[in-house]
Structure formats: structure tokens, C-alpha cells
Design a protein around this ligand. Structure first.
Ligand code: 2BA
Length: 108
């Protein structure tokens, strides 16, 4: 068994969860915050049989889209030590996925 940890954008969450539920996956959704943008995203914990990992990843890939985002966190140093924030375009990936081996799965 594996634990799939998928960090996804909030915009994709609803359809992704629906698709996973329709395909009989069990999951837990955690509200999370990206360390870089410091804005909200969602983390799904999905426990799956080894033979269903590929199918689950396909569902995640199909439902999660990359998007452009602008951040103004960067700054340039000007003479006199003034910091001027400037916008920076970044691409936020559709999903960041970690796959972890599960030693035991118990449901009481
Ligand atoms: P954030 O940390 O808010 O990052 C959002 C996007 O900002 C990233 O998209 C990436 O395009 C950019 N970014 C992040 N750190 C950067 C840096 N040091 N310099 C320049 N650009 C940077 P993704 O890579 O698709 O990541 C989306 C979200 O997935 C992240 O949100 C974070 O919550 C999570 N994540 C990504 N890699 C991770 C990792 N190795 N460990 C834990 N969480 C991760």
C-alpha cells in the first residue's frame, strides 16, 4: 500500500475530489499553505493499493492544471539600501505529489 500526498491548487480541488470519490478512493483533505507564495493550497492524503497508484496519479494529472501567478515578494536593492518590490511571474504546477510506502493500514 502507498500513501499519495498531493499538494494541489484550490481551484482544482472540487473536481479532483469528485473524480477520486467516483473511482472509490478514500482521502483526507488538509488546508495547507505554500511556503513560497504563502497562499492557500490543499493537500490530499490518499491511501491506495499498489495496483491503483498509476490510476490515481492519472486522475490527479487530468484534474490539476499549471497556472501563472504573479508575486511581488522579490525585491531589488537600490543604491542607499532601498528595497523595491517588483512583480515576478511564476508557474505554479498542477500538483506536487509524494508517494510513500505504508507499513500498515488499520481502520478501527
Ligand atoms: P509554494 O511554495 O507557494 O510555491 C508556488 C510556486 O512558486 C511553485 O510551484 C514554484 O513555481 C514557485 N517557487 C517555489 N519556491 C520557489 C523558489 N525558491 N524560487 C522561485 N520560485 C519558487 P510548484 O513547484 O508547482 O509548487 C506548488 C506548491 O507545492 C508549493 O507552493 C508548495 O506548497 C508545494 N511544494 C512544491 N514543492 C515542494 C516540496 N519539495 N516540498 C513540499 N512542498 C512542496
Amino acid at each position: 500500500m502507498k500513501l499519495i500526498i498531493a499538494i494541489v491548487q484550490d481551484q482544482d480541488l472540487h473536481l479532483l475530489q469528485e473524480d477520486l470519490m467516483n473511482n472509490d478512493y478514500r482521502m483526507t483533505k488538509l488546508a495547507s499553505t505554500g511556503g513560497f507564495l504563502k497562499s492557500g493550497n490543499s493537500t490530499l492524503l490518499i491511501g491506495v493499493d499498489d495496483r491503483k497508484v498509476d490510476e490515481c496519479l492519472k486522475i490527479i494529472e487530468e484534474n490539476c492544471k499549471s497556472r501563472e501567478a504573479t508575486t511581488s515578494m522579490m525585491s531589488v536593492t537600490m543604491p542607499g539600501d532601498a528595497y523595491i518590490p517588483y512583480p515576478m511571474e511564476i508557474i505554479v504546477g498542477g500538483a506536487t505529489v509524494f508517494i510513500v510506502d505504508i507499513e500498515e493500514y488499520i481502520r478501527y
